[in-house]
Design a protein around this ligand. Structure first.
Ligand code: GTP
Ligand code: MG
Ligand code: ZN
Length: 313
């Protein structure tokens, strides 16, 4: 019998498929599937909706079809390679976890992530974690940042793992959706997921230990079903979305606040750098557009040869 399922984990040639009856069926792939579609090293990714058959023994299965993807995020297999590795598919939204202390997330990192999420057309939400460690100054800074990003259209949530702050709000926002969680190593992604659903019991490490190994604690791609409903992908090794190439001339399209002002620039092909009568620069001078956002834009614009790679974060 042909069944439909959701790929929740991939390890080499095996793919764990969550079936309609809630059982998890390790599946191989029908040979023919491998040749189709985009040039990827993995034909099936976490988040894929698939059709599969169970084998006679019923404990394993074979995937025969991948249903059309709403979106997907990729990583290039190597710098020169034309082949990509699909990290995850069918994301409903992404949560970028940031912290203002230990470790401090840079705004450059935040803005690169948000621009990439715009390019992928994946709605993003900021999560300010470790608020229990913030001084009064940092609380004030967080408030300003939340207002600034909120005015562009990015929601944010304040969380603390030990205090369980914001945990219910995250559960609500993630309910019945496929959610990606990203952020620098040590900001507390796994800790917050554990706070949302202690049965998941993900491995976490003190920040001091992370620096010693230089590696993310989370090292493989897996999707977890939350007891409160919905799925969450705790991203390993990638701090952001993986690689995306943008043409230099279109980078400002992925900064909604800059894009808004760009329509009033004198030149239709204004890049908002040195051109006269640039409405973007005027907005920065008047304080209507955040300087840090503009600087993030420039840092992407002046990146190597106009192509920017998110892996450079
Ligand atoms: N004070 C405080 N510490 C936290 C909070 N969240 C996480 N931590 C600590 O920060 C350290 C790193 O947390 P992890 O959850 O492992 O971080 P991660 O983002 O999953 O890191 P990677 O898997 O390496 O990407 C651990 O020692 C946690 O206990 C928080 O809200 N407040
Ligand atoms: Mg982790
Ligand atoms: Zn301009």
């Amino acid at each position: 019998m042909l069944e439909k399922g959701l790929v929740i984990k991939t390890t080499g040639s095996w793919h764990n498929v969550l079936a309609g009856d809630k059982t998890i069926v390790p599946c191989g792939i029908k040979g023919k599937l491998r040749k189709r579609g985009i040039r990827t090293t993995n034909p099936v990714a976490v988040g894929d909706n698939v059709e599969f058959y169970r084998m006679e023994n019923e404990s394993t299965g074979i995937i025969t079809n991948i249903l059309a993807r709403k979106n997907y995020i990729i990583r290039k297999s190597s710098k020169l390679s034309k082949e990509s590795h699909i990290l995850a598919a069918n994301l409903d939204q992404a949560f970028l976890m940031v912290s203002l202390v230990s470790p401090r997330t840079t705004l450059r990192f935040v803005d690169r992530f948000l621009a990439t999420s715009e390019a992928y057309q994946i709605p993003s939400i900021l999560v300010f974690n470790k608020t229990d460690l913030y001084s009064d100054e940092l609380i004030a800074e967080m408030k300003q940042l939340r207002e600034m990003y909120g005015s562009i259209g990015y929601d944010s949530v304040e969380t603390s793992a030990p205090e369980k702050k914001g945990v219910e709000e995250l559960k609500r926002r993630m309910h019945n959706k496929i959610n990606l969680i990203a952020g620098n190593s040590g900001v507390g992604k796994s800790s917050i997921i554990n706070a949302m659903d202690p049965t998941l019991n993900l491995k976490t490490l003190p920040v001091s230990e992370i620096h010693k190994t230089g590696k993310h604690t989370t090292t493989f791609s897996e999707m977890f079903e939350l007891a409160s409903g919905g799925f969450i992908i705790d991203t390993p090794g990638i701090k952001g979305f993986g690689i995306i190439d943008m043409d230099r001339e279109e980078i400002f399209h992925f900064f909604p606040d800059i894009f808004k002002y760009s329509k009033k620039c004198r030149y239709y092909n204004c890049m908002h750098t040195n051109e006269p009568d640039c409405a973007v620069k005027e907005a920065v001078e008047k304080g209507n557009l955040s300087i840090s956002r503009y600087e993030s834009y420039l840092s992407l614009y002046y990146d190597d040869k106009g192509k920017y790679r998110v892996s450079k974060y």
